[in-house]
Design a protein around this ligand. Structure first.
Ligand code: ADP
Ligand code: MG
Length: 275
């Protein structure tokens, strides 16, 4: 097999993922940086392996300015599955905002812009009958060498391709903090569960802490099924508060669709150029 070292030069490690290491590499000829996810296949379970294959297949088909771009994948000499993708210079939005908040308060308009970009990305997934299923601030990346940074949705590890007619997927994983009430009640994951995830994301980037948090899984589940999140901090606009509230509605059918979200004046004003 190929060795990625022939084409790329290792720069540094940028973290470890659930299946292996994540590196920053430099394409020697292009002199451009990419991210390389190196996944040890031997230690992965069959399920884990299938998940990885799915992630690669999905990444390959996704082409959207707000989805982390896939570049290449191969199995290297030592049997690692290597996935090469676009490098998002500013890392994930969770870490970025955590660092930023040490010295300043992020602008609501900037946060809404990033949020809108993620809604676009998610809409393009949903149009292809794909659920993301793991929306969280650690899976949203910021790219660009200078402002304005673009938000990009990444990590399709648990995304699920739906059959063309089915609206729902039965298998369920994800991160407990972002689990929707219907998921806790063992109902299938749906498009509206991704909207709940978006609600948790907007809540978190605006408030600087998670909507639902607890010491135990049971405590967390209880808060989620009651829909009792920590009150939204007062500093954001009324319309942002209303949007968060709408997305965090217990009944999935009462949550706004992505189309409805994109038609809200608050969000629309981000799409249309300034008059
Ligand atoms: P996993 O979800 O498989 O556990 P991640 O995709 O979260 O692994 O990657 C682990 C680390 O690498 C995280 O700190 C993340 O911020 C960083 N990372 C992953 N992909 C990129 C990327 N495309 N650009 C920049 N940083 C990335
Ligand atoms: Mg991740």
């Amino acid at each position: 097999g190929l060795s990625w070292e022939d084409e790329y030069q290792l720069q540094r490690s940028i973290g470890s993922g659930s299946f292996g290491q994540v590196f920053l590499v430099l394409h020697k000829e292009e002199q451009r940086e990419y991210v390389l996810k190196s996944i040890e296949l031997q230690t992965a379970s069959d399920e884990g392996r299938q998940q990885m294959e799915l992630e690669v297949q999905l990444l390959r088909t996704m082409q959207h300015p707000n989805i982390v771009a896939y570049r290449d994948s191969f199995i290297d000499r030592s049997g690692h599955l290597c996935i090469l993708m676009e490098y998002c210079e500013h890392g994930d939005i969770f870490t970025h905002l955590q660092d930023l908040r040490r010295t300043q308060i992020p602008h609501e308009s900037q946060l809404l812009e990033w949020f809108t970009e993620i809604v676009w990305a998610l809409q393009s997934l949903h149009q292809q009958k794909i659920l993301h299923r793991d929306l969280k601030t650690q899976n949203i990346f910021l790219a660009g060498s200078r402002p304005p940074l673009a938000a990009k949705l990444g990590d399709f590890g648990v995304a699920k391709v739906l059959s063309s007619t089915a609206d729902l997927a039965k298998t369920q994983i994800g991160t407990p903090f972002y689990m929707s009430p219907e998921l806790i009640n063992s109902h299938p994951y749906s498009y509206k569960s991704d909207v709940w995830g978006l609600g948790c994301v907007l809540y978190e980037i605006v408030n600087g802490h998670r909507a639902f948090d607890a010491q135990s899984l049971n405590g967390l589940a209880l808060k989620i099924i009651k829909g009792s999140y920590t009150p939204i901090s007062a500093s954001c606009s009324q319309s942002t508060k209303q949007l968060i509230q709408a997305m965090l509605t217990k009944n999935p059918s009462h949550r706004p669709s992505l189309k409805e979200i994109l038609h809200m004046p608050l969000i629309r004003s981000k799409i249309l150029p300034a008059y």
